[in-house]
Write a protein that binds this ligand. Sequence first.
Ligand SMILES: Cc1cc2nc3c(=O)[nH]c(=O)nc-3n(C[C@H](O)[C@H](O)[C@H](O)COP(=O)(O)OP(=O)(O)OC[C@H]3O[C@@H](n4cnc5c(N)ncnc54)[C@H](O)[C@@H]3O)c2cc1C
Ligand SMILES: NC(=O)c1ccc[n+]([C@@H]2O[C@H](COP(=O)([O-])OP(=O)(O)OC[C@H]3O[C@@H](n4cnc5c(N)ncnc54)[C@H](O)[C@@H]3O)[C@@H](O)[C@H]2O)c1
Length: 477
Amino acid sequence: MGRSSDDTLLKCDVAVIGAGTAGLVAERHARKAGAKTLLIDPEFRGTTCAAVGCMPSKLLIAAADAAHGITQASQLGIDATAQVDGPAVMKRVQRHRDRLVESTKAQIRKLPDGVCVKARAKFSGPNTLDLDNGQRVHARAVIIATGAAPTVPDAFSGLGDRLLTNENVFDLEELPTSLGVVGAGPVGLEIAQAMSRLGVDVTVVDHGNSIAALSDPAVANRLHDILSDEFPICLGVDAKTVPAEDKVKLSWQGDSSGEALVSHVFLAVGRPANLEDLNLAKANLKLDDHGTPVFDRKTMQCGDAPIFIAGDANHDRPLLHEAADEGAVAGHNAAKWPDVARSRRKTPLSIVFTRPTAASVGKVPFDAEADMLVGSTDFENQGRATIECRAHGGIRLYAEKGGSRLSGAEMCLPDAEHLAHLLCWAIESGMTVSQLLDSPFYHPTLEEGLKPALRDLCEALQESTPWDRADGHIPGC
Ligand SMILES: Cc1cc2nc3c(=O)[nH]c(=O)nc-3n(C[C@H](O)[C@H](O)[C@H](O)COP(=O)(O)OP(=O)(O)OC[C@H]3O[C@@H](n4cnc5c(N)ncnc54)[C@H](O)[C@@H]3O)c2cc1C
Ligand SMILES: NC(=O)c1ccc[n+]([C@@H]2O[C@H](COP(=O)([O-])OP(=O)(O)OC[C@H]3O[C@@H](n4cnc5c(N)ncnc54)[C@H](O)[C@@H]3O)[C@@H](O)[C@H]2O)c1
């Protein structure tokens, strides 16, 4: 690391702002490409994913799955009652979360001396940063990897510790008695269903008309119907919260109206990128309508500046695997700047861990029938799902008109994460719909449930199915 005669000035090849998943990967790749690096973060808290995101939410869902399994057991002739010990559930969430956070922090401690700088950074020029500890940084290239944070509109402030977001919900010592969830996106729905299955009285409200960030209304409506059997989800409504003694009154108006007295409100109305405090004006970058630097998705470079942006900070695909890949590309290219390389972006894949699980793969149209050819099937009678008392949901497959390859899929069905991966890999390898249909399917599996949708799409594409394969319902299945 270069230190100038001015002790407050740090010099490096690549300065990375933010030590989350994208930033940590970016720093590693920049160093691997030969750069002297600085990694700047005010907290080094061990990533959003481990501390307040993917992992603690899945820990809560794991407990909810266990409780739900017991309540469903009577359908299989097993007599059992679920006794949820809220404090024990939360202690387990926290124990495993803390272990994950600690292992990330241990990796950070192993970074070479002088790489980590504990401070908040903002631009003072395209190559210079001011840090809130009084130091300044001069870098050949800068990577913005500042992530995103939950927004709290004014209308919901003033609730004190009755207001929860993903930043504090996993720190609760006990489960709430009742929960109003504002926002039916991935964050809101995962928490809503987990809490509901753990015995919390949950009400969800959203001002939009879709849920779980699904694009195809047919899939979103299906998921809405299924989840509404477990807890109310009021869409197309404006929500208000007012403190009411030791509770909160949540009221909503619009496509429906109502109110609920809840012990806590969980706010999940979106996670804007952490860009506001970066003084981007000094970086001379072109910004889009949302104030995000315009960048190239294949190089992560912002215009032709020596500045790169990765992870939730660019709000493009705010998912963990994308943050990691974008970090790698940004790190490599920042080190090699101005000699930047173009990467191949992967097929989009997103999974929301509700039950049934929702997933989107590849190109998913907003208006399916108008834009693309569709093949669909539902899972209400799917063999394996029925055996296991979880026959819910359905799948829609998409192909370009005049094409033969699978382009995308959207679904809500049991364990959709696995089918979503298979379909994503099929799209990546350019498989046609009939090649997929002609692949082996074991019996009795959830994968078999895909066959009617593939057949349906083959018909829409006017592709004949192979003569030497069973052409539909297999007797006995
Ligand atoms: C509840 C929840 C559940 C999720 N579940 C999933 C899931 O199941 N699967 C999935 O793929 N994705 C999931 N996500 C999304 C996933 O967590 C994010 O996409 C990912 O963690 C983003 O990583 P990042 O590196 O961009 O940001 P972060 O990990 O948030 O890192 C950003 C860093 O920048 C630092 N920073 C901010 N401003 C400055 C500044 N001015 N100077 C210096 N440092 C700064 C912050 O301190 C932070 O350390 C979930 C998110 C949430 C909230
Ligand atoms: N399983 C996963 O992979 C997973 C899980 C959680 C989060 N994430 C990531 O985090 C990102 C953020 O998720 P999110 O759910 O916080 O945001 P989101 O933007 O996806 O959803 C926010 C929801 O809140 C609603 N909303 C906005 N303002 C509102 C208001 N004032 N009143 C009522 N409703 C309002 C919107 O209509 C929308 O449905 C996602 O895009 C996803 O990439 C992923």
